[in-house]
Design a protein around this ligand. Structure first.
Ligand code: SF4
Length: 379
C-alpha cells in the first residue's frame, strides 16, 4: 500500500526555528540569494560558535544553521541581525519566499523585480507558509523545476506571469509584473480550499509559453564566478569559510540545486566541495538521517554517496518513510525502518517496498540491485 505522508504546513524561519535530533534548525533567507563575503564568513563563524558547524543549503536556496541549543537562539538572532541577515518583521520574513535565477547582474531586471517584490510583501494576502515566487528572468528559465507557485519568466515576446502547474502564462511588463503577481496571489487566496496549499492544485492557465528551459547548470566556472556543488546540500562551515577567504570571492550566491556560486572567484583546484560536472552524488538524495533526525534509525548520506557512485542511477536514501529529501519517484529508494533498510524501485519512500530488512553493510556489499535499463547516468 502507498500512503503519501502529510506535509507540514509551516516552514521554520529565523524567528521560528524547528527542533531536530541535533538541536534547533534556524533558516536564513538570503535577500536576492546573495550574502556578501563578510556576511557569509560571519554566518560560518556563527554556525561553528552556536551550531554543529554544518549549514544546509535548501532546495529553495535558503541556508540553515543546524544544531543550535535553545538557550543560544536569542544570541544567535542578535548576531545575525548585526550581519543584516534578518528581517525586522518576522511576519514579512515568513512571506519572503522568493527564488531568483542566481546568475543575475547588479541592476538587471531580475534584481529590480526581486527588489520590487520584496518591497511589496506587505500587500500579499495570508498565504500558506510554503507558497513562494520565482523571478526567473534570465535568458531562459532555469528554475522551472524549483519550488515556486507564481513565476515571472520570459516569453519570446516579453515577460510573462505563470501560475505553477500550468504550461502557459499571462503577458506582463516590468511595470506591472509585481502588481499582477500580487493579484494572482489574492486570487489563489480567495479561491483555494483549506487543503489546497500550492498553486499547482488550482488551474490558472494563461496563453503565452515561456522560453524553453535551460538545462540545469553544473559545477563549472560561470560568468558570475565558480559554481560548486555541496553533497546533499550540506556545507561544512569551516571549509566554506576557508574557501571564501582563499578564493577572494566577493559574495556567496545560493541556488536551489545544492550548488553555490563564489561570486568573482575562479574554480578552486583543490576543494572539499563538488567541482566536476555531473558528479553522481549531486543527483543522489538523502535526508540527514540518524542521529540528526529523531525519526531516523539509520545513517543515510554516507550510504547514498557510495550507492550513487557505484550504481550511477538516481538513488534516494531516506531515514524513514516520510521521504523529506525527495518527494518524486527514484530508480532506487532505500528507507530506514527499525535500523534496517527497505528497498522501493521506481517509487517514493512511502511506496510498497520490493524487499525489506537489509542491514547497512548488506546494502553496501550487495552487487548493484539495478536493472540494465536503470543506468541513465551513463552516456
Ligand atoms: S525522512 Fe524521516 S528521518 Fe529523514 S528527515 Fe524526514 S522525518 Fe527525518
Amino acid at each position: 500500500m502507498s500512503t503519501q505522508p502529510t506535509i507540514k504546513g509551516w516552514c521554520p524561519g529565523a524567528y521560528k526555528p524547528m527542533m531536530s535530533g541535533d538541536g534547533l534548525i534556524l533558516r536564513i533567507r538570503p535577500r536576492l540569494a546573495r550574502l556578501t563575503a563578510k556576511q557569509a564568513l560571519g554566518m560560518c563563524d556563527l554556525a561553528q560558535q552556536y551550531g554543529s558547524g554544518h549549514i544546509d543549503l535548501t532546495n529553495r536556496a535558503n541556508l540553515q544553521i543546524r544544531g543550535i541549543k535553545e538557550a543560544d537562539h536569542e544570541a544567535l538572532l542578535e548576531a545575525l541581525n548585526q550581519l543584516d541577515l534578518l528581517d525586522a518583521d518576522p511576519a514579512l520574513e515568513g512571506r519572503r519566499n522568493i527564488l531568483v535565477t542566481p546568475f543575475y547582474e547588479a541592476g538587471d531586471i531580475t534584481e529590480r523585480l526581486a527588489t520590487a517584490l520584496t518591497d511589496a510583501l506587505h500587500k500579499l494576502p495570508e498565504l500558506p507558509a510554503k507558497f513562494g515566487f520565482a523571478i526567473d528572468t534570465g535568458e531562459a528559465p532555469l528554475l522551472a523545476d524549483a519550488s515556486a507557485d507564481i513565476r515571472i519568466e520570459r516569453s519570446e515576446l516579453g515577460l510573462i506571469l505563470r501560475a505553477d502547474g500550468t504550461d502557459l502564462g499571462h503577458e506582463t511588463t516590468e511595470a506591472t509584473a509585481i502588481n499582477d503577481a500580487i493579484k494572482l496571489a489574492r486570487w489563489f487566496a480567495n479561491t483555494r480550499t483549506l487543503e489546497q496549499r500550492r498553486m499547482a492544485q488550482i488551474t490558472q492557465q494563461g496563453v503565452t509559453a515561456p522560453r524553453p528551459p535551460s538545462e540545469q547548470p553544473q559545477p563549472s566556472l560561470t560568468a558570475t564566478g565558480a559554481l560548486l556543488g555541496a553533497a546533499f546540500g550540506s556545507l561544512n562551515a569551516a571549509d566554506l569559510a576557508a574557501l571564501i577567504t582563499t578564493s577572494q570571492a566577493t559574495a556567496l550566491r545560493t541556488t536551489p540545486w545544492r550548488m553555490f556560486v563564489l561570486e568573482g572567484a575562479d574554480m578552486p583546484t583543490n576543494s572539499p566541495f563538488i567541482t566536476e560536472a555531473h558528479d553522481p552524488v549531486l543527483s543522489a538524495h538523502a535526508c540527514p538521517g540518524a542521529p540528526y533526525c529523531p525519526s531516523a534509525t539509520v545513517t543515510t548520506r554516507p550510504i547514498a554517496s557510495v550507492l550513487a557512485k557505484r550504481n550511477r542511477v538516481q538513488v534516494h536514501v531516506s531515514g524513514c518513510s516520510k521521504g523529506c529529501a525527495f518527494s518524486k519517484p527514484c530508480a532506487l529508494t532505500y528507507i530506514g525502518h527499525d535500523g534496517y533498510f527497505d528497498l522501493v524501485r521506481d517509487g517514493c519512500a512511502w511506496d510498497a517496498p520490493v524487499s525489506r530488512g537489509q542491514c547497512a553493510s548488506d546494502v553496501l556489499r550487495n552487487p548493484s540491485p539495478m536493472r540494465p535499463s536503470d543506468n541513465f547516468l551513463d552516456g
